[in-house]
Design a protein around this ligand. Sequence first.
Ligand SMILES: [Zn+2]
Length: 355
Amino acid sequence: MWGWMVAVATLAWGCSKPKPVGYTRFPQTLIPPPGREVAASPAPPAPTVPDPSRLPTSPTPPTVQVDATTAPPAPPVVAVRPPEDNEPWTPILAWCRARGLPTPEIQTGSRAVRIGGIVHHLGFEPVERAGAVCIHPLDRLKTFEPLLQAMVWPTPRSVVLDPGHGGSQAGTRSLTGNRFEKEFTLDWALRLKPLLEARGWTVHLTRTNDLDLSLTDRVRIAETVRAGLFISLHFNSSFPNTQARGLETYCLTPCGMASTTTRIYADDISATHPNNRHDDANLLLARRLHRQVLAATGTADRGIRRARFMEVLRGQDRPAVLIEGGFLSNPDDSRAINTPAYRQRLAEGVARALD
Ligand SMILES: [Zn+2]
């Protein structure tokens, strides 16, 4: 996990749940079933393995040796266009309809929306204006407009997998047994590597054993091998709250937008980081990963989220995403994550996302 969790109310999408005041719900039948990627919708009128269930018993060297003196410098920060002050909020249902996107499910009073079966967290709460549900122009620009694009894979296809934690940084402790996040993230990555290689990807791991590795070194490895994508693998915790469970996928918060999750860092909404140049691709990658891991595991959908606390993502000059594959603080999630079969499903979900 990354620090502690912000308390976020469990999303109540089920029809049997009472509707909160101000709730605006749209026909479930208009939401395509999971598995259909929004980007594959009809073109709109163009708007603008081995069983590594245990840690390796003998140390193996990292896949990549990093030489700090030769690592390329961080890419320059680029400006991101903020919406104009007078830019109107967007009546999002009509906007989606005109572009062939599925009708989103939106709750006024909540930043969580469901688009094409996947929960996304917006930067601003939707509002009702003249009888229409409207979203902030930055949410339209950074969450809905990217869905009109198809994911473009890097050439050549290369990816860095980053098993979170390692060595003295054990990560969060499993509620089930005396096991730690660092072991499960490495196992996930080792299972995933051959699956991606079989799909033609060149795969680098930031660590292949129980190694201490700084966040800076993880980013530097991706720079050194000139990786096309970066995927950081983690497990979550909300301890002592043991109720929270399910999948969360993070990408960097776009400039001007409030983060979904803030922890010990101030969330400076005016901040722009190098990785913000990949805002659209970050979201498309997050969406593919989130959808496929949900489908592979059947776990709860806690949504695609934005955060600025992840140093491991901020400086990346490539699409970069961090997945929290379940809560080690939840009894059900923890029991599942302790099984090799579940971790294999996690790996297969990520691999299918990169097909
Ligand atoms: Zn973690």
